[in-house]
Design a binder for this molecule. Structure first.
Ligand code: GAL
Length: 718
């Protein structure tokens, strides 16, 4: 080391080596351990999200007495204001997560720089929610609580001092030589002089994910209407045009729960005034109350960049960053005064006039127009850290406005991060690849975020229907017609099929609502990859499989290990969805162990095997677990309002008896937090003659009971 360098390091006290091995891991919540190395930043992901863990719910998870990893193999070092971390990997271990990736599910072998950004078609860590959390097929999770751009080497580097190093092979003679030899560690580099690290116990990967989700507050419980159908209208629509569109939905019998207004509702946008355009929306109060009477709500597009013409401009100016975005100022949302001024106008101009939610755009990237990393913010927090937490802050602060009114919201956002699990927002973007949208849906389930594979426009009727089929089996059933003006019925050849699918979404409302409640109360992600499914073992084979071992007919898991399953997913506890993509007539589906049944007919399909399906254009392949119970309701055009009764048609599938917990509350307020909610047990058993018999548990006294008539359908009659 040269003298100058040594001097700087000594003066700044920047050389320090510490190792987690020497530290004690503190159990901070059931099955969650924390360790601190060095001096972490004051601001981090969990402090930005600031949501208390759901300790009671975590206590109910299977107990995992001991720390899931060998502490001696977790190492941290601090050099020159950088923290380096190392976690062990076993030979057959697979890892998932690191946020909203679009092309890959297996993260072992990947190099990423976790950086909030608009997804740019490569899984390199730059994405809308680059959550520094991964979950292992061995049944544990790791979270690095830093609002920094984190470099991740997920099993790529090989250390000289490794306990399980790769073998040196001769490329000249050895066919098994590989340019990417085996690595036994996940290594990370965090540009900070210390960091907090969390380890989550399983025992299963799903338990580790549940623990992470509950530790970060549990999933959001959307209002019932948030799970209905939503149409985002053309950006320059006026109130009259919106009314007409709403009427057309009604006349054609298409369901609709909320309408999204795009930038044209604003008097000026990019940057924004945050006030209504008096020409297009002369009477927002009247407009929204008329729609609400029809059971339809309004969601507003915004981005947070304040126009010099906004009424809040002068007040907020001192609390904004050094750089502008589209000549608008950038609020520093870590400062309470900025929060008050900014959200104050939202409260006055939007919420109190009847707005039900937001789509918060442009809080992710792109670099070309967002503030650069050299920007300064009045709080003194670095531009890098502000970038990593901006999405969290806008979600938290806007959700807080609704909570104060005891009103639930469910909106859209383009950036999130670790810690944001509980915020009532779904991520979307401008990248429009149907297949990759499904992979993102899978990855959202590993990272405590929600994602919508929105439909915008399509090149063909076939593509439109295929996209709409997946939209229906996703967290937000949305058409985003801001540019195209597309309607659900825009392709007449498939309009009837699209309508049937949209109504199916509405019929399944009791299921969707209950599955979201399980996300909220138990941390179980409602949409998730096969890697979290019991009976689908990804760690059953070596990572590198020779061709003879990769006979998928006899070993479907070979594909899971080697090739990744990134085009099929679980929707709630009982459904396996295998989307079709335009141009495809058939596809392969890996069915986990157990028996699986056809969603539409109830017929037995298979189990623990690879099947090929040829479903026809009108069907998205959906498979149901043995013994599953699916609660359906009538095909409403709007979700039931507060206190409105709904009928149940309860479907049972398969050959085994089953049970399902149906969730109920008022569907709109936070009164459930005071105990105003109910779980009703739906069960199917065989009577003494061997016929199926269904039962719904009695309502508890003083608890919500919105059930109307109940009927049963035994889909697999045997
Ligand atoms: C984009 C956004 C689109 C749409 C558009 C309106 O940034 O991703 O969904 O809202 O802005 O200008």
């Amino acid at each position: 080391m040269n003298r100058k360098c040594l001097l700087v390091l000594v003066l700044c006290g920047m050389v320090s080596f510490a190792s987690f091995a020497q530290q004690s891991w503190e159990e901070v919540a059931p099955g969650v351990w924390k360790a601190i190395i060095g001096k972490p930043d004051d601001i981090n992901l969990l402090s930005a999200a600031a949501v208390p863990p759901k300790i009671e719910a975590m206590q109910k998870l299977p107990s995992m007495g001991s720390f899931p990893l060998d502490t001696a193999l977790i190492v941290g070092e601090i050099t020159e204001n950088q923290t380096q971390l190392r976690f062990p990997l076993q030979r057959k271990e697979q890892i998932f997560g690191f946020g909203l990736n679009f092309k890959t599910v297996h993260q072992r072998g990947r190099i990423l720089r976790l950086h909030v950004d608009h997804y740019g078609s490569t899984d390199n860590g730059r994405t809308h929610a680059p959550v520094p959390f991964y979950v292992s097929s061995e049944g544990y999770g790791v979270f690095v609580n830093a609002a920094r751009y984190i470099d991740v080497y997920a099993g790529t580097g090989s250390r000289r001092d490794s306990t399980d190093p790769p073998e040196a092979r001769d490329r000249n003679t050895d066919n098994a030589w590989t340019a990417r030899p085996y690595s036994d560690a996940v290594e990370m580099r965090i540009p900070a002089a210390g960091v907090e690290v969390y380890v989550f116990a399983g025992p299963t990967p799903m338990d580790a994910v549940r623990r992470y989700n509950l530790f970060t507050g549990g999933g959001p419980l959307p209002p019932r209407w948030g799970l209905g159908f939503t149409q985002r209208v053309h950006r320059l629509f006026s109130d009259e045009q919106v009314r007409q569109e709403v009427e057309e939905f009604e006349e054609r019998g298409f369901p609709l729960d909320f309408v999204g207004l795009e930038p044209g509702w604003l008097s000026k946008s990019y940057p924004n005034t945050f006030v209504w355009d008096p020409g297009r929306f002369p009477d927002p109060v009247g407009f929204m109350s008329d729609l609400k009477e029809k059971g339809i709500r309004i969601n507003l597009w915004v981005n947070p960049f304040v126009s010099p013409e906004s009424p809040i401009y002068t007040d907020i100016l001192p609390y904004t960053g050094s750089h502008t975005v589209w000549a608008g100022v950038v609020p520093d949302f870590t400062i309470p005064a900025a929060q008050q001024i900014f959200w104050g106008i939202f409260d006055r101009e939007h919420l109190s006039k009847g707005v039900s939610g937001y789509k918060i755009d442009e809080v992710d990237g792109y670099d070309e127009w967002l503030w650069p990393d050299v920007a300064q913010f009045p709080s003194g927090i670095s531009a890098e850290q502000i970038r990593q937490i901006y999405g969290l802050l806008v979600q938290k602060q806007s959700a807080e406005l609704y909570r104060r009114k005891n009103e639930r919201t469910f909106g859209l956002v383009r950036a999130s991060n670790g810690g944001g699990t509980s915020f009532p927002y779904v991520i979307y973007n401008d990248y429009y690849d149907h297949r990759d949208f499904i992979t993102a849906l899978i990855n959202s389930g590993f990272s405590g975020v929600l994602w919508t594979p929105e439909a915008r426009a399509s090149k063909s009727a076939e593509e439109w229907l295929r996209r709409m089929q997946t939209v229906v089996f996703s967290p937000m059933a949305m058409i985003n017609a801001w540019a195209s003006g597309t309607k659900p019925w825009s392709f007449p050849e498939v309009a009837e099929e699209v309508k049937k699918m949209s109504l199916l979404r509405m019929r399944m409302m009791p299921y969707w609502y209950s599955e979201f409640a399980k996300y909220h109360y138990e941390g179980t992600p409602p949409f998730r990859g096969m890697g979290l499914e019991e009976g689908f073992a990804v760690s059953t084979g070596p990572l590198t499989i020779s061709d003879s071992e990769a006979d998928l007919e006899t070993n479907p898991y070979a594909q899971a290990v080697r090739k990744e399953i990134k085009d099929q997913y679980m929707a709630g506890s009982n459904l396996l969805i295998a989307p079709m993509f335009a141009g495809e007539a058939s596809r392969q589906v890996v069915l986990p162990a157990g028996k699986w049944f056809d969603f539409y007919t109830g017929e037995y399909v298979g189990g623990g095997e690879l099947i090929t399906v040829t479903p026809g254009l009108d069907k998205i392949p959906v498979f149901v677990k043995d013994g599953a119970i699916l609660p359906f309701t009538d095909a409403h055009l709007h979700t039931p309002a507060r206190g409105e009764k709904y009928n149940l048609e309860i479907r049972h599938y398969g050959e085994s008896p089953g049970e399902y917990l149906l969730y109920d509350d008022d569907g709109e307020t936070f009164d459930y937090e005071k105990g105003d909610y109910a779980w009703r047990r739906l069960s199917v058993t065989r009577d003494k003659n061997g016929s199926w018999k269904g039962e719904v548990s009695k309502p508890e006294k003083g608890k919500p009971d919105n059930l109307g008539t109940v009927s049963w359908r035994f889909m697999t009659t045997k």
